[in-house]
Ligand binder design. Sequence first.
Ligand code: TXA
Ligand code: MG
Length: 341
Amino acid sequence: MSGTTPIVSIDPAEPDRPWIARAARILREGGLVAFATETVYGLGADATNPEAVARIFAAKGRPATNPLIVHVHDVAMARTCVRDWPPEAEALARAFWPGPLTLVLPRSGIIPDVVTAGGESVGVRVPRTWVARDLIQALGRPIAAPSANRSTGVSPTVARHVAKDLDGRIDLILDSGPTTVGLESTVLDLTTRQPRILRPGSITAEQIGRALGGLRVREVGAEADAAGPLASPGRMAVHYAPRARSIRVDPERIPEVSWPARAALLVFDPQDVPPVPDSVLRYDCLTPETAEIALYALLHACDDAGLDLIVVVPPPDRPEWRAVRDRLWRATRPWPSGSPD
Ligand code: TXA
Ligand code: MG
């Protein structure tokens, strides 16, 4: 595909029907459409069409070993994508759908190999935006959609981020404004006896455990996972990474950093940080919620400003910061190199 991809503005509260119909037609014909979910913008294709799904991997430069999440309109459609629907899935769908929770279950025959990277399980979720839900309904089939960015890049939270990465490589971008959650969904594996979080998100292990009647949910530590074996296929250690050199630094080591002319300091949680040169752009994200909303926009802004260095002072290892820490550990390297995290 060559040339520029059309971007159309669409009302998030009441998505214009003609544009939804047009986007659904593109999907039905095997094309690719980017649209907002509540977490990040997704790059959608008809999940039941293997050629269309293969185009997602080509457009993103994504390794074929990394499975895609399938977006469905409701529980009834989710059930067509999976072999069985255990009581845990029912309880979690009731508690969190539509919303940022992906459930990994054994896949059904309608889900092609290319979606699951050849695996026997599929991730499904009901997104919480009208644009996404109307689009799925208009297509009448599930939509496979990863985040709408080039592989290993920073996920998009506004349509402009999508265009920056994928202009000319996809058929249409539906611009319904910024996303409201800002970080990708929590991915929960329900194929093992004890449910296990493969990717932390704004829905925490504690919340999931509570919805399952006090069950203990296993978590994969951000740091261990970023450095070592991968729990989820395709979960790469370096991911969500901006172009600028990005390092994470303990506050007490900040005075040792040598700052280039164009640099930013991102501080998470209220923390005392030693003074830095006036030229350094400083952003403080005081709460997990604001950090989740702002993180990707900040990383995109740092790249757009042509910064040479991003220094991150990470938040403490508390449950409410787990999702942000997971993404920061993938976006940055420890500094000084080899320092304990
Ligand atoms: O919030 C989100 O989840 C966004 C929006 C667009 O829905 N999507 C998203 O997709 O983040 P993506 O492709 O960027 O990340 C999907 C994650 C990957 O870590 C992948 O390995 C994991 O989900 N995943 C998908 N299917 C899986 C499966 N069957 N088993 C294990 N992990 C799976
Ligand atoms: Mg992604």
